[in-house]
Design a protein around this ligand. Structure first.
Ligand code: BGC
Length: 719
């Protein structure tokens, strides 16, 4: 570069930095000035809710209420100020595939697009905070909220969460990362006390939150309902003050989960900034001033029992978020609602998130020209899922069911539908429905079975048939509603059956898996899900999703159940995570247990060849490069995964751990060389004897492949 332009660039950069610094000073000076003008009562009004989804404002000073809304995969329907569902509102929006489907794309760029849809629609609907993403670690297949969460693996969560948060926040809206922390089961969620080692906390349960704060720059965080080491998470000094605010330097605000605060003094001292919720017992006339962080705080400060400067810190954090999202001073650019682009993002996430688990003799994709009749069997083929599951319910602008998707995308194929099973609490196999299904199956060229689990239709009855739902876990890992019996009969009547499973995760497939040639895991794939699924079935789209969690053969095999406690001690409410760091594949691989489908597994209609592994390293860092070639006849995408393990270490370490991945799109015959950098964090572990992350020099093994159990290339590096 010539000298003059370089000088000009430097001057511009300096000017930019100065303006930026000045803005920062201005904002913090403005916040201080506002706080100085506030009465004690006004400050206290800001640290608790003022209605079911808002925090209190100070109208006299132009400080608005902060409007929050669920949730993680679409903006929730409007509830009046006090919970009544408003059925006259224009609140049907873009229903995105659920969190676990997003994670199954292994595509962080899609995480950003997903967040952008949410932020934009929340903005349009006048919200300031979207109550998502939910990123608790998937520890047991039974957790009712796994569908909202992302993965059993902290590295995958950390990568996906950053895009989501930035996508939301680039729209001028705050993300709210939840539920901090150790909220890994819904059973006893209001009472359970989680005990785990410091190592498990640091290596497994916290990294997603840390990345959300430090890399994603999340403005807000929601504490969880449970206790952690004997203290409620909402008033937990270690989690909130020590780790989040001090160690990680979090500048934003912590809000409680709804009605999760239990005591004024602990919440005040231990890092809670904003108490949210509605005491349902007080409905229809809730008095928010009676909250734990309500008017009691005024008396405590007046009596000298709580220092006002600490109250100011809470108010400052709330104002900081308000300034950052232009709730005070400035105008936010307007969001958009139900756009084609939003629907396309939902479609894209579904097409990249649906996982092809099994495809014997290439039954899939179905040939549209050669297939004359399809029997579609199973109630999930027809069922709309958007309004289910609890707080993450969305009133969908539309929802293409699997049956509609197959009808729309199947050309001239004749489609016959049979319901197959009933959805009702404790519903057993229904002989006459099975007869109808068998009849349809035997007359068709191919069967597409769409079953799995489900969540309730609407908020008030979600628990009635809840399998994937808030505040309740699944009773076991078996397919509900007599589907095992039904599936066996259908597979017998027509062995050319494609099994599509919807739901938040693994089910026990032992009774029919050997007979089933093709299986797709469709999660809850959002408003375009039926189209995406059908396009995969007909080969218009090549599947590229990979499992973000291990699918066990049976529940008893799973590490959290085998080594650890679940749902916890009957008498004490304690649940001890004795499975420790051996969560998901870390357990299966280290303890040599065969899973049904491994973490990272997912098939394609093409074949990928891995070659040319090179591993170089120095000063605690390494670079892993390799080539992937599409050796098949159709274009497709592969998620290449890099696993690291240490040959010998002072404390035992898992057999392998995911430390890098990349999703590569390749045309037939095309190849690409991928280079993945592994920094020190990829090699360190948390030594809880030293209470620190340590890097122990030695030999590290590198495995590269298409799943945790499909390692194609192996190398080593000495660091
Ligand atoms: C859930 C949160 C949700 C909140 C508000 C709670 O019961 O656990 O995830 O954001 O309600 O609806």
């Amino acid at each position: 570069m010539a000298k003059k332009p370089r000088l000009l660039l430097l001057i511009l950069l300096a000017a930019f930095a100065q303006v930026h610094a000045q803005n920062k000073i201005d904002t913090s000076a403005r916040i201080d000035a506002l706080i100085k003008k506030m009465t004690l009562q006004e400050k206290v009004n800001m640290i608790h809710s003022s209605s079911s989804f808002t925090s209190g404002g100070v109208p006299r000073l132009g400080i608005p209420e902060m409007v929050t809304s669920d949730g993680p995969h679409g903006v929730r329907p409007e509830h009046g100020r006090d919970w009544e569902l408003d059925n006259n509102s224009l609140d049907s929006g873009t229903y995105l595939p659920v969190g676990v489907c997003l994670a199954a794309t292994w595509n962080p760029r899609l995480g950003y697009e997903y967040g952008k849809v949410l932020g934009s629609e929340a903005n349009y609907r006048g919200k300031d905070v979207i109550l998502g993403p939910g990123i608790n670690i998937i520890r047991t297949p039974l957790n009712g909220r796994n569908f909202e969460y992302q993965s059993e693996d902290p590295y995958l969560v950390s990568k996906m969460v950053v895009g989501y948060i930035r996508g939301v926040q680039d729209q001028g809206i705050s993300a709210c990362v939840k539920h901090y922390a150790a909220n890994n089961q819904e059973a006893k969620r209001f009472t359970v006390n989680v005990e785990m080692s410091e190592r498990a906390l640091r290596e497994i349960y916290l990294p997603g939150f840390k990345a959300a704060v430090q890399i994603g720059g999340a403005n807000t965080l929601m504490s969880s309902y449970n206790k952690f080491r004997g203290q409620w998470a909402s008033q937990n000094n270690y989690l909130l003050n020590q780790i989040l605010k001090k160690e990680w330097g979090f500048k934003g605000l912590v809000m409680s989960d709804w009605d999760a605060v239990h005591s004024t003094m602990q919440a005040l001292w231990n890092g809670m900034d904003l108490e949210m919720g509605t005491d349902l017992h007080m409905l229809p006339n809730p008095d928010y001033t009676k909250f734990f962080l309500g008017d009691t705080v005024v008396s405590l400060v007046n009596a000298g029992r709580f220092p006002e400067y600490l109250l100011d810190d809470k108010v400052r954090r709330i104002l900081y978020v308000m300034y950052k999202t232009k709730m005070i001073d400035g105008t936010r650019k307007k969001g958009a609602y139900n756009t084609k682009a939003h629907q396309q993002t939902a479609h894209k996430v579904a097409e990249e998130g649906i996982v092809l688990l099994k495809n014997q003799n290439n039954l899939l994709p179905l040939n549209k020209e050669k297939t004359r009749t399809i029997a579609v069997i199973g109630l999930n083929a027809q069922r709309k899922q958007s309004m289910g599951g609890g707080s993450s319910q969305v009133r969908a602008f539309y929802e293409v069911t699997p049956l509609e998707g197959l009808q729309r995308n199947g050309g001239n194929i004749r489609i016959n539908y049979a319901q197959g099973y009933n959805i009702a609490r404790d519903a057993k196999a229904d002989a006459s429905l099975i007869r109808q299904a068998v009849d349809a199956a035997s007359k068709a060229d191919v069967v597409v079975y769409v079953g799995g689990t489900t969540h309730g239709y609407n908020y008030s009855v979600w628990k009635d048939n809840a399998y994937d739902a808030e505040d309740t876990d699944k009773p076991n890992m078996l397919l509900p509603f007599g589907q095992d019996e039904l599936l066996q009969a259908v597979l017998k009547a027509n062995p050319k059956t494609v099994v599509v499973l919807m739901g938040g995760g693994a089910v026990d497939m032992q009774q029919w898996i050997n007979q089933a040639p093709a299986i797709l895991q469709a999660w809850y794939p959002g408003l375009e899900g039926g189209n995406a699924l059908a396009k995969i079935i007909f080969g218009d789209i090549n599947p590229s999703g990979k499992l973000p969690m291990t699918f066990p053969k049976q529940l008893e095999d799973h590490g959290s159940h085998k080594l650890g406690e679940y749902p916890g001690d009957k008498d004490t409410a304690n649940v001890h995570y004795m499975d420790d760091i051996y969560v998901g594949y870390r357990y299966y691989d280290t303890y040599k247990v065969e899973p049904q489908f491994a973490f990272g597994h997912g098939l394609s209609y093409t074949i990928f060849q891995y070659s040319n592994l090179k591993v170089t390293g120095s000063k605690g860092k390494a670079t892993v490069s390799f080539t992937i070639r599409n050796n098949g006849k159709v274009a497709g995408a592969e998620v290449a995964q890099v696993y690291v393990s240490q040959a010998s270490s002072a404390l035992p370490r898992p057999e392998k751990e995911l430390k890098g991945f990349e999703k590569v799109f390749l045309r037939p015959g095309e190849h690409k060389t991928i280079s993945i950098s592994l920094d020190e964090d990829a090699f360190k572990y948390f030594n809880d004897v030293k209470n620190a992350w340590v890097m122990e020099p030695g030999i590290f093994r590198i495995g590269v492949g298409g799943s945790s159990r499909d390692i194609k290339l192996k190398g080593e590096v000495r660091l």
